[in-house]
Design a protein. Structure first.
Length: 198
């Protein structure tokens, strides 16, 4: 392809791109006059903030670097369903499990907790969220009280005997508290499933 043909293709692409911007209602950027300085291969724009180097054909572009932490690949993406470990009365817990990413987040944290609770609808198995969780020790003293932000709720409790109370906070929550006893030692993980009729 000759230089003239390349220039024509580039010009047509720029014109079509501007037409596409207008078609979707976007505002094209104001035109800037440009001059090419052959001595330093830099295109100078009338707007001083625009100053682009021109590299010879075949030379690779340098890797892009961003100072914006929001787009840094090393940081976790902000997900409304991301799970955050919390504490109540010195007891660590986490809840969530809404959607695939929420379940993946909790799967990654599961080994840190020795009590795993799951909330669902009987029959359909449809998950429930917004369940009030209260955990009482052997003397019926509350050691943790929190509302689950999803169908999975994990807690890390010292070894001992506990009673777990779970109550849906939605329309089906009237007098539907379920109570289950659990014994935890230093090494086991206990899984408890709670099901309610819809």
């Amino acid at each position: 392809m000759t230089t003239t043909q390349r220039s024509t293709v580039i010009t047509m692409g720029l014109l079509m791109g501007g037409g596409m911007l207008a078609a979707v209602g976007a505002q094209p950027m104001p035109a800037a006059s440009a001059q090419l300085s052959p001595s330093d291969a830099t295109m100078q724009f009338a707007d001083a903030s625009q100053n682009w180097a021109i590299r010879p054909a075949g030379e690779a572009d340098p890797p892009m670097q961003s100072t914006d932490a929001a787009v840094s690949p090393s940081l976790p993406s902000s997900d409304s369903n991301s799970s955050e470990i919390q504490t109540d009365g010195g007891i660590r817990y986490v809840s969530g499990g809404v959607g695939v990413s929420g379940r993946s987040d909790l799967d990654a944290l599961a080994s840190q907790f020795n009590l795993h609770l799951m909330f669902a609808t009987q029959g359909s198995g449809e998950y429930l969220s917004a369940v009030q969780v209260t955990i009482l020790d052997a003397n019926n003293a509350p050691v943790l009280s929190a509302e689950s932000n999803g169908p999975w709720f994990y807690a890390q409790l010292p070894p001992g005997d506990y009673r777990v109370e779970a109550t849906p906070t939605g329309p089906t929550g009237e007098d539907q508290t379920q109570r289950k006893a659990v014994h935890l030692n230093g090494s086991n993980q206990s899984n408890m499933d709670f099901y309610w009729k819809k």
